[in-house]
Design a protein around this ligand. Structure first.
Ligand SMILES: C[S@@+](CC[C@H](N)C(=O)[O-])C[C@H]1O[C@@H](n2cnc3c(N)ncnc32)[C@H](O)[C@@H]1O
Length: 188
């Protein structure tokens, strides 16, 4: 299952996947401008656009993705930007290569597609520093379906059972009018 998902994403990166706009969302800038720079981890970082933005804002950033092709592109992007960041392939439900703890875990569009979100959350708790933030963007489940990728009411309940406190939630729609939201959680 995971192998097929990884292959699916890796193939997307042969071309220009629709999410890979090269633009860091304003919600990310808002966060980094209102919090002191520290260590950041971009989970499912894709081609590294947001890792570059974090480094440029003074953060010590790392990013991983389970698509080797995405990571190859991300490494080139970081090099071109003259920035330094740790980039590696890893699986968000294992985070085997993630060392140490982070003040910010950023997730734009990865968590919502994860089949086993409990595994992801267990590792998230491990890699977040005390009081560390998890800034996550995901599609929301439609009222009549919980088909992935989506953050479902059951996922929100699961998150609420972790030692993560909801700081803010901003609902909206993506470019295709799909309901989506930005969530900011803090480890307690
Ligand atoms: C919608 S894309 C968003 C990429 C990037 N965050 C961005 O904003 O451009 C989701 C990313 O999550 C990655 N991904 C999905 N499941 C993953 C997993 N289990 N472990 C690591 N990366 C994963 C995909 O390869 C893809 O790059």
């Amino acid at each position: 299952m995971n192998f097929l998902r990884r292959l699916h994403f890796d193939l997307w990166y042969l071309g220009n996947p629709p999410w890979d706009s090269g633009v860091t969302p304003p919600e990310v800038f808002e966060f980094i401008q209102s919090h002191p720079a520290g260590r950041a981890l971009d989970i499912g970082c894709g081609t590294g656009t947001n890792v570059v933005a974090l480094v440029n804002a003074g953060w010590q950033a790392a990013g991983f993705d389970f698509s080797p092709r995405a990571i190859r592109i991300a490494k080139r992007k970081i090099k071109r930007a003259g920035a330094q960041a740790e980039l590696f392939t890893d699986d968000a439900t294992r985070m085997k290569k993630v060392k140490g703890q982070f003040d910010l875990a950023l997730d734009i569009g990865c968590f919502h597609g994860i089949p086993n979100k409990a595994d992801y959350l267990n590792h998230l708790k491990r890699v977040l520093a005390p009081n560390g933030f998890w800034l996550m963007y995901g599609f929301l489940a439609a009222a009549d379906s919980a088909a992935p990728p989506s953050v479902t009411p059951a996922d929100l309940k699961l998150i609420s059972e972790q030692n993560l406190a909801l700081v803010s939630r901003r609902d909206g729609f993506d470019g295709r009018e799909r309901p989506s939201a930005w969530f900011l959680y803090r480890k307690i």
